[in-house]
Design a protein around this ligand. Structure first.
Ligand code: BG6
Length: 484
């Protein structure tokens, strides 16, 4: 489509004074500016309810860059150049009034307009209406939507309907910032850029897969959002299911938005609804994080809550490739370590030829560490040097690919740098399509229905641990262990 090749020269950020804008969006736009990846005349208009003028917004942005951009990336000149791109229009997005003023501020948008909604989802619908009424939704406007996209399938469908009444799918960019992470994109390079893995990437050779996204942080002052949302909807519905889809999908025919998203959605639709006993909810109690005593969730919140801060699941994909291969997922706040990791556990060799010499074998394991370290590690069996008189000693040794070392010259970028640039340039490959989001919600809603039906209260775990005992039992029961 000719239109998607066009670079967009105006950006409007909704929620421009919010936490995400300050921590991620403004620093990412600054980084693109510093690398001369933004057109010289590209303008960035911030909008939010807060009553600020242009100068006030530039001040806010400067403070955010002071805090979130490393000093060595900043010069006075670059900062001044970036801040000069910024302006601000206060707006109450819940009513259509005021959008005309925003349109007037934007002025000539014939060079194309990219809008990013980083607001409460309850504002999505009125914002879309406001944009349409003010002529800010035409053929050269793209819209980026930050999560959460609803709280269940019904609300997500309602948001999607409201957006698609005004914007066609090829101009809607649903953000899942995990897809902007370099290491997540590397999953595709690993799987489809090498001959080695694909032939064994199936139920004949893989025993099970584990996906862990553990965090050490707690509520981080986000109680308003987090409480009532919980780990399942905050992390599994989006980031973890996207990781699962990338790991499990069939090889796409090309690296493009349609081919990749077609394959991901097939996996998401093939997820078997969980049964009772295949999910565990947890909530952190008092404990320690990084050697410092920390309060439990309820204490931090100041109320007793039924929200889970940990979840572990045993997922299964009903297709030929993955029949009988469990995908164990777990994520939580205030856990022992910050770690995002995928572990592919292969099956044992069919016959151990070293048995007669008392040689013991372990099955191969592939560890893909996404953050904070970035590596791919294949655990393989090797013989320990020796004369082997009594027995052959075989040991598991790592075959290591450290991505941080191999690519130490390349700067690690914030996921949003990539995503915002893709939005400006109109490339949807790393954005989530409507059918994916809805398949994700369908599966998540069924889990919540089981929890509601069985009155599953979150089980307690000490802050700084690997989650409740029941989370461990989920794998142990199947004779498997979490990789720790
Ligand atoms: C967000 C969640 O989507 O992802 C947060 O709302 C979570 O609760 C964050 O902390 C984790 O992202 P990252 O990039 O730090 O792994």
């Amino acid at each position: 489509m000719a239109e998607s090749a066009q670079r967009h020269e105006t950006i409007i950020l909704f929620g421009a004074t919010g936490d995400l804008a300050q921590r991620m969006l403004l620093p990412s736009l600054y980084a693109l500016h510093a690398d001369e990846l933004l057109a010289p005349d590209l303008r960035i208009i911030g909008t939010a309810r807060t009553g600020l003028d242009d100068a006030g917004f530039r001040e806010l942005a400067r403070a955010a860059l002071d805090e979130y951009v490393p000093a060595e990336r900043k010069t006075g000149e670059l900062l001044a150049g970036f801040l000069a791109r910024l302006s601000y229009q206060p707006l109450d997005a819940s009513t259509v009034e005021g959008f005309d003023r925003l349109a007037a501020k934007a002025g000539d948008i014939s060079g194309g307009l990219a809008i990013v909604l980083s607001t409460a989802p309850s504002l999505f619908e009125p914002t879309i209406k406001g944009l349409e009424s003010a002529g800010l939704a035409g053929a050269n406007v793209r819209i980026g939507l930050e999560k959460p996209l609803g709280i269940d399938l019904g609300s997500a469908a309602k948001i999607n309907d409201a957006v698609s009444a005004v914007f066609p799918e090829h101009r809607i960019f649903r953000i899942d910032h995990y897809l902007g992470k370099e290491t997540v994109q590397n999953l595709m390079a690993l799987r489809f850029g090498n001959m080695l893995f694909e032939p064994v990437w199936n139920s004949a050779h893989v025993d099970h897969v584990q996906i862990t996204v553990s965090e050490t942080v707690g509520l981080e002052g986000r109680a308003d959002f987090y409480n009532g949302t919980g780990a399942l909807r905050d992390m599994v519905q989006n980031h973890m299911l996207q990781l699962l889809a990338l790991i499990a999908m069939e090889p796409p025919g090309a690296f493009d938005a349609t081919a990749i998203r077609d394959e991901k959605v097939k996996v998401l639709r093939a997820l078997r609804p969980l049964r009772e006993g295949e999910s565990v909810r947890g909530k952190y109690d008092n404990g320690a994080s990084g050697g410092v005593a920390v309060a439990g969730y309820d204490t931090e919140l100041g109320a007793e809550s039924d929200t889970e801060t940990f979840v572990a699941l045993k997922a299964q994909i009903d297709n030929w490739r993955w029949q009988g291969v469990p995908f164990y997922l777990r994520t939580g706040k205030r856990m022992a370590e910050r770690r995002s990791e995928i572990v592919v556990q292969f099956k044992s060799v069919p016959h151990n030829i070293f048995e007669g010499r008392h040689g013991r074998l372990q099955a191969n394991t592939l560890i893909i560490r996404l953050q904070p370290q970035e590596y791919v590690r294949l655990l393989v069996m090797a013989k320990e040097p020796g004369l082997d008189r009594k027995k052959v000693v075989l040991r598991e040794v790592p075959l290591d690919l450290s991505l941080s070392e191999a690519f130490h010259r390349s700067r690690r970028r914030i996921a949003y740098e990539r995503l915002l640039l893709d939005l400006i340039e109109g490339d949807q490959t790393l954005f989530v399509r409507r059918d994916e989001v809805e398949a994700q919600w369908r599966w998540i809603d069924a889990i919540r229905a089981i929890w509601a039906e069985h009155g599953d209260a979150p089980k307690r775990y000490a802050a700084g641990s690997w989650g409740p005992v029941a989370g461990l039992a989920l794998t142990e029961r199947d004779g498997r262990s979490w990789h720790e």
